[in-house]
Write a protein that binds this ligand. Structure first.
Ligand SMILES: NC(=O)c1ccc[n+]([C@@H]2O[C@H](COP(=O)([O-])OP(=O)(O)OC[C@H]3O[C@@H](n4cnc5c(N)ncnc54)[C@H](OP(=O)(O)O)[C@@H]3O)[C@@H](O)[C@H]2O)c1
Length: 301
C-alpha cells in the first residue's frame, strides 16, 4: 500500500486525500497544515491519517501531496527538503512529490528534486468549493499532468483510480493553460458581478434580479455548451451595431471606468468572434483584415 502524506489541508488536499483513501489506492498517513486545527479537521473528514503540528514530525512516505497555495509551494518544498534529507530511503525508491497548481511547473518542487525525489504537478480542472461536494463530483474531472516521467506515471495511476481523466500539459505552456482556465471560470464571476451591479445602478428591483440574472446566464451557458462560442454570441457588437456599442461604452465608462474599458475590449472581440469564428486577430492568422470589418453598421433592436 502506498503511504500518502499531505501538506496543506485545504479544499483540494482534503478532497484528493479522501478520494485516494476511499478508493484504497493510498493509505493517508500524516497530515500537516499551517494551522493544526485544519490538519485535525482534515484527518477527521478523510477518516484516516494523523494530524501533526510540525512538518518535521511527518514520517517517510512514498507519495507527498503539497496542496498549499501556489505562493507557498516552493517554500513548503524547501522546508520539507530540510527535514526530508534525514529520511531513510523508502523501499530503496525515491519518494514522489506533487503539487496541484495549474500555473506552476513541477520544478517549483526543485528543492526536493535536488534530493532525487520524483516531482509532478497534477492540476484537477474543477472548482473546489468544498470537500463534501467535490468528493461526490470528482469522477470524470480532467487532470492536467506534467513533470518527471516516473512521477507522472504514478500520478496518472492514482488519479485514474479515483475517476480523474488525465492528460499531459507541456511544461512551458502551464501559464497559458492556467490563464485559459481563469478566463473560462474565474472571470465569469467578475462579469456576472458587473452585470448585477449595473442592473442595481440602473434601478432594476432587487427582487427581480435573480430571475433576470438566472434566465440570461442559464440560457447563455446552455447555448455555449450546445452551439459553441462563435454561434452562441449575440448582442450589439456581434450584430455590428457599432453606434450602439460606442454610445453604450460611454455610458458604462461614466458609471464604472474599469467596466467601460472591459466593455470596449470585449466588444472588439465579440465582433471578431461573430464574424470570423475566433477572438484572435486575422492578421496573426494571415487572413485579410476585410473579414473583420463585417457588414455596414446599423442601429436596431
Ligand atoms: N480551489 C480550486 O478550485 C483549485 C482547483 C485546482 C487546483 N487548485 C490548486 O490546489 C492548491 C491548493 O488550493 P486550495 O484551493 O485547496 O487552497 P486552500 O483551500 O486555501 O488550502 C490551502 C491550505 O494550505 C495551507 N497552507 C498554507 N500555507 C501553508 C504552508 N506554508 N505550509 C503548510 N500548509 C499551508 C492552508 O492552511 P491553514 O488552513 O491551516 O491555514 C490551507 O489549508 C493550489 O495550488 C491551487 O492552485 C485549486
Amino acid at each position: 500500500m502506498i503511504h500518502l502524506n499531505v501538506i496543506g489541508c485545504g479544499r483540494v488536499g482534503t478532497t484528493l486525500a479522501t478520494l485516494l483513501q476511499r478508493a484504497g489506492v493510498c493509505q493517508v498517513q500524516d497530515l500537516f497544515s499551517r494551522t493544526f486545527d485544519t490538519a485535525q479537521a482534515a484527518a477527521q473528514f478523510v477518516g484516516a491519517g494523523t494530524a501533526v503540528a510540525h512538518m518535521a514530525d511527518m514520517r517517510p512516505a512514498e507519495v507527498w501531496m503539497l496542496s498549499v497555495p501556489d505562493t507557498q509551494v516552493a517554500a513548503a518544498a524547501g522546508e520539507l527538503s530540510r527535514s526530508a534529507g534525514l529520511f531513510p530511503p523508502s523501499n530503496g525508491r525515491a519518494p514522489t512529490v506533487f503539487h496541484c497548481s495549474g500555473f506552476l511547473p513541477a520544478t517549483a518542487l526543485g528543492a526536493l528534486q535536488a534530493l532525487g525525489w520524483q516531482a509532478a504537478s497534477a492540476h484537477p480542472v474543477m472548482n473546489f468549493a468544498n470537500p463534501a461536494q467535490c468528493v461526490s463530483q470528482f469522477r470524470g474531472t480532467p487532470c492536467g499532468l506534467e513533470g518527471d516521467e516516473q512521477a507522472v506515471t504514478l500520478l496518472r495511476e492514482l488519479l485514474s483510480a479515483i475517476g480523474g481523466e488525465c492528460f499531459s500539459v507541456p511544461t512551458e505552456s502551464k501559464p497559458l493553460y492556467h490563464a485559459a482556465a481563469v478566463f473560462s471560470s474565474n472571470f465569469m464571476a467578475v462579469l456576472q458581478a458587473i452585470a448585477q451591479e449595473g442592473w442595481a445602478a440602473a434601478g432594476v428591483p432587487a427582487a427581480l434580479m435573480p430571475r433576470i440574472h438566472g434566465a440570461l446566464l442559464r440560457g447563455s451557458v446552455d447555448n455555449l455548451l450546445t452551439l459553441g462560442p462563435p454561434k452562441a454570441i449575440t448582442g450589439p457588437a456581434a450584430r455590428g451595431d457599432t453606434a450602439v456599442v460606442a454610445a453604450q461604452a460611454a455610458q458604462v465608462s461614466q458609471w464604472h471606468p474599469e467596466a467601460g474599458e472591459i466593455y470596449r475590449a470585449m466588444s472588439v472581440l465579440a465582433r471578431r468572434l461573430a464574424t470570423t469564428g475566433s477572438t484572435q486577430s486575422l492578421f496573426d492568422a494571415g487572413l485579410s483584415p476585410e473579414h473583420e470589418a463585417g457588414p455596414t453598421p446599423r442601429i436596431g433592436p
